[in-house]
Design a binder for this molecule. Structure first.
Ligand SMILES: C[S@@+](CC[C@H](N)C(=O)[O-])C[C@H]1O[C@@H](n2cnc3c(N)ncnc32)[C@H](O)[C@@H]1O
Length: 443
């Protein structure tokens, strides 16, 4: 493996992906985003279809009859256009229209699309979906040993896997995390790299949580916490690097789960010279408590980006349909603020768990995306680990996420990976975690 992480990560292959929490607890705390691991009920039709998927070869005829019955019913109710029998041994992507409401909603995916951030030279990560699958197989048993079983307001399974995968792939010499809560993410970093030092910045020391229940405190971690807390932007990084014997900043991985404006964090990281960053909550436009990369890159010139607040538009129609199926989907009323401002969150840049928010013009929002593109070497969004018919999540809209690692209908694979052993609530917290690599603008 090459020494330089930069070489390790990059490949010139083009991405196929243009395609808080208590956590709000102590600082900004209390301004909780809803639970990331909250249990959700799927629409009845989706659950029924999923159940039949799991029957495998046992009852294709029964499945066909049942689905036909549901199809006729839904034709009456929803003027449905499509209906397909699904079996676990044969996966037809068209069948997902059955899961997503019997209304051909999948055909709407293209019109809403999945916005993404353009990198300078179109570079992407080195790992493939095969590597992710292999990683999943390895990570599930590790995750089952986690000390904090119920990490409400912290990371669920998808992002825990993403962070672990990225850290063990990059093999950094130092890992920094901003926003530790009870220490679950610290534990994930430790599983990826058993001997690598960690620096953790978090207002409340995770040991405080130990008094009330499970928490994780790491023995090889320097905590800037409690009375020693320093915000990432104010740390004397030169002295921290010296203390840890780091002279190559391309060997450091920084993980942010502190619900701060991500543009602010990127500028701070760039100033120090950090290159490898992970943002846990890469909120979609109109959602979340801080300005995110997703939001910044949501621009008219990106497929799936730019929005219309016109009430009779196709977008309004699609959004209102999707809102019925996905709890986190936003319709036009939620998306658009005064003056039809749709960017950021209703035309605002949120920061610090939404304790601060400022209006931003569309022109400024556009400038932010151009700045980001000028310093981005790699942008990679973690896909959801599995499709919603498998995980039973009903929160985030799959139309606004990359294709899952384990696609809907692949129940046997889902089972083989050990994912059926996990509680369904751990799949609820996906918010497009992103890994980026940055470097200063070339002049
Ligand atoms: C969503 S939680 C982190 C969850 C944790 N990473 C996990 O996976 O379990 C956000 C954390 O950020 C902390 N926080 C708030 N302001 C912060 C800041 N300026 N810098 C670092 N952490 C901050 C909060 O106190 C909280 O513990």
């Amino acid at each position: 493996m090459p020494n330089n992480m930069l070489e390790r990560v990059l490949s010139l292959r083009r991405s196929t992906q243009p395609h808080g929490d208590e956590a709000a607890g102590e600082n900004g705390d209390g301004a909780a985003d809803e639970s990331k691991t909250k249990k959700q009920q799927l629409p009845l039709t989706m659950r029924a279809a999923n159940y039949l998927t799991r029957m495998g070869h046992v009852g294709p005829c029964l499945a066909f009859l049942f689905l036909t019955f549901i199809a006729i019913l839904s034709l009456q109710l929803f003027h449905s256009r499509s209906f397909v029998c699904v079996s676990s041994s044969y996966y037809d992507p068209v069948s997902r229209s059955g899961f997503y409401g019997f209304d051909g909603l999948e055909s709407d995916f293209g019109s809403l699309g999945v916005p993404w951030c353009r990198s300078k030279h179109g570079k992407t990560v080195e790992w493939t979906s095969k590597d992710l699958l292999k990683g999943l197989e390895e990570f599930v048993p590790i995750y089952e040993t986690r000390p904090i079983k119920n990490n409400m307001f912290g990371m669920g399974f998808d992002h825990s896997f993403g962070l672990w995968f990225i850290a063990q792939w990059l093999k950094p010499d130092l890992m920094i995390e901003s926003g530790a809560f009870k220490g679950h993410s610290t534990w994930v970093l430790r599983q990826a790299m058993p001997d690598t030092p960690i620096v953790s910045l978090t207002p409340r020391h995770p040991e405080k949580y130990l008094k009330k229940g499970p928490a994780y405190v790491d023995g090889n971690c320097t905590y800037f916490a409690g009375k020693d807390f320093v915000d990432f932007g104010s740390v004397d990084w030169a002295s921290v690097m010296k203390k840890h014997g780091i002279n190559n900043l391309s060997r450091v991985l920084v993980f942010f789960d502190d619900h701060q404006n991500e543009l602010k964090r990127i500028k701070q990281a760039l100033k120090v010279g950090f290159q490898h960053l992970v943002f846990e909550d890469n909120y979609d436009t109109g959602t979340g408590d801080h300005y995110s990369l997703r939001q910044i890159c949501d621009q008219f010139y990106i497929r799936g980006g730019g929005h219309s607040c016109f009430k009779d538009s196709d977008e309004a129609r699609i959004r209102s349909k999707r809102k019925k199926f996905w709890e986190k989907a936003v319709d036009i009323e939620e998306l658009c603020g005064p003056g039809e401002a749709w960017w950021g969150v209703r035309g605002y840049v949120r920061d610090n768990f939404n304790h601060s928010n400022e209006p931003i013009s569309l022109a400024r929002h556009f400038e932010n995306s151009r700045f980001l593109e000028s310093i981005l070497d790699v942008y990679w969004e973690l896909p959801p680990v599995a499709g919603p018919s498998l995980t039973h999540q009903s929160r985030y809209d799959p139309a606004r996420a990359p294709s899952p690692i384990v696609e809907d209908g692949r129940y046997r694979l889902f089972q083989r990976l050990g994912l059926t052993r996990l509680e369904t609530s751990v799949f609820n917290g996906y918010t497009q975690m992103v890994y980026i690599q940055i470097s200063k603008q070339e002049i």
